[in-house]
Design a protein around this ligand. Structure first.
Ligand SMILES: Nc1ncnc2c1ncn2[C@@H]1O[C@H](COP(=O)(O)OP(=O)(O)OP(=O)(O)O)[C@@H](O)[C@H]1O
Ligand SMILES: [Mg+2]
Length: 460
């Protein structure tokens, strides 16, 4: 191992930990140390005090120790680097293979970083053509995206949270059909190459944690090719892989983890282990991101916005008027006079708009006629999705929604208490849960329910 290689290796390690490359003094200290010079000699060569050089040296050894997971000092620097080099080249004989040291992936041949450091310099790193990022992707469960109209602000928000703020756990919730899955597909397509692993799992009705974890660990261990003999493959706990690699893991339809007939976000007993997993994702230090999509989010994930936590939540609202018009046009409802009113009434929900536009198209009912008398059409497929969400609510929530559906105007808490004969604590819990499910809206201190839901509940 020559001096140039040593400095390059140390530079990579320090860059990963601190986001900064070695400065001139640090390089000189490495040179001197490699040549068996003491601090006094190094200090003389750089024309600085011995104390200053010693101080910078100590910081440098500390960074290297943290990254290598063993104590590195001036006296053992040479042997530590030589051991590191041996472990890189003896374990991984194929030039295509890579080795994980601390949090850094080294490629066998070129010895360059393939990971994105936790720093603002990450963009420069990835844009350097000499530096590639191996990307393993399992996106077989990710749906294909059809026409996709403007969600630029939401895409920007999610991208900032994930790539710049390194959020570890993000929830994307919203009423059925609002476009959560479509938004996430678009996001994944845009940012997947920033990750070593990008994975999409849609949780079915029986999403056991064993199945989920083993699928994921299988992907990691296959791609790592740690040993050609499968019996020798060492499987680590999931969190270790998330610490060692930068992964984007999308879980769609997470509401399948939660109980029906209860307030939102209560784990079914058989899926309690997901709680511990998500807790680890939130609390432990790692470089990966989980994006949870669904009608509900875990109860412990609050809606309170706090920039200091690694958790973020986005409640998706409907499309704007322009995008809503595009949807109507796609469905064959060309420029209709009252398209704006129609989009408002269906809250810019792309699925609702598609459903009602298809019905109008098929029956040939004049859209204007429909809009004049404020009729809310509820096609069968729209009713089906509303029913699925309504059926998941608790008795208390159903009671509150029925109360709201009877009101012509938004109402305050006092009125709800008076009309509902529910204890204030139960009422508040129900309102919180309904608002987390996006089934009610809050305007200041007033609560209301959308015209579509109102119509659906009245028809029950
Ligand atoms: N931005 C968009 N532009 C155009 N169409 C969209 C957009 N977002 C969603 N859609 C369409 O609306 C429908 C519902 O979208 P999507 O499946 O993403 O909703 P969802 O919120 O994931 O619903 P669910 O909760 O039922 O899974 C789909 O047909 C989708 O193609
Ligand atoms: Mg979806």
């Amino acid at each position: 191992m020559n001096l140039k290689e040593v400095v390059k290796l140390a530079d990579d390690l320090v860059f990963y930990r601190t986001g900064k490359h070695l400065n001139d003094l640090q390089e000189k200290i490495l040179h001197g140390t490699w040549e068996d010079e003491d601090y006094k000699e190094i200090a003389k060569a750089v024309n600085l005090s011995e104390a200053r050089v010693r101080e910078v040296g100590m910081e440098l050894w500390q960074s290297l120790s943290q990254e290598l997971g063993e104590k590195v000092s001036k006296s053992n620097f040479r042997s530590a680097m030589e051991r590191l080099q041996i472990s890189i080249y003896s374990k991984y004989f194929s030039p295509q293979d890579s080795v994980q040291i601390g949090c850094i992936n080294y490629c066998g041949e070129a010895k360059y970083l393939t990971n994105t450091p936790n720093s603002t310099q990450s963009k420069e790193q990835t844009s350097n053509p000499q530096q590639t990022k191996t990307s393993y992707q399992d996106l077989s469960e990710m749906p294909e995206l059809g026409d996709f109209f403007d969600r630029t602000p939401q895409l920007q928000t999610l991208t900032t949270w994930i790539l710049q703020q390194h959020s570890r756990l993000i929830t994307l919730t919203g009423i059925s059909g609002i476009g959560k899955t479509s938004l996430a597909v678009q996001l994944v397509q845009q940012i997947k190459n920033e990750f070593e692993y990008a994975v999409w799992y849609t949780l079915d009705e029986f999403p056991t944690i064993d199945k989920f974890q083993s699928n994921l660990i299988q992907l990691f261990s296959n791609s790592e090719k740690q040993d050609s003999s499968p019996t020798n493959q060492k499987r680590l706990p999931l969190i270790k892989y998330l610490q060692n690699h930068r992964c984007l893991i999308v879980l769609d339809d997470v509401h399948n983890l939660f109980c029906s007939g209860e307030l939102a976000g209560k784990y079914k007993p058989e899926y309690e282990e997901y709680r511990s997993l998500f807790k680890q994702i939130e609390k432990l230090s790692h470089q990966s991101c989980f994006l949870l999509i669904g009608w509900e989010q875990p109860r412990e994930v609050t809606q309170v916005k706090n920039q200091n936590t690694p958790i973020r939540t986005l409640q998706l609202k409907g499309l704007d008027i322009a995008a809503g018009r595009e949807i109507l046009r796609d469905c064959g409802l060309e420029e209709i006079d009252n398209s704006e009113a129609l989009i408002h009434r269906y809250q810019g929900n792309p699925f609702w708009l598609k459903s009602v536009a298809t019905l109008i198209q098929e029956l040939g009912i004049g859209a204007a006629e429909l809009l004049i008398d404020d009729t809310i059409l509820l096609p069968e497929d729209l009713k089906d999705v509303l029913q699925q969400q309504f059926d998941r609510t608790s008795e208390l929530e159903k009671q509150v929604m029925s109360l709201l559906a009877r009101e012509n105007q938004p109402v305050n808490l006092a009125k709800l208490l008076e009309k509902g004969q529910i204890s204030s604590s139960d009422l508040l819990n129900a309102l919180q849960s309904l608002s987390r499910r996006c089934l009610i809206e809050k305007e200041g201190s007033l609560y209301t329910i959308s015209p579509v839901l109102k119509q659906y509940i009245k028809g029950l």
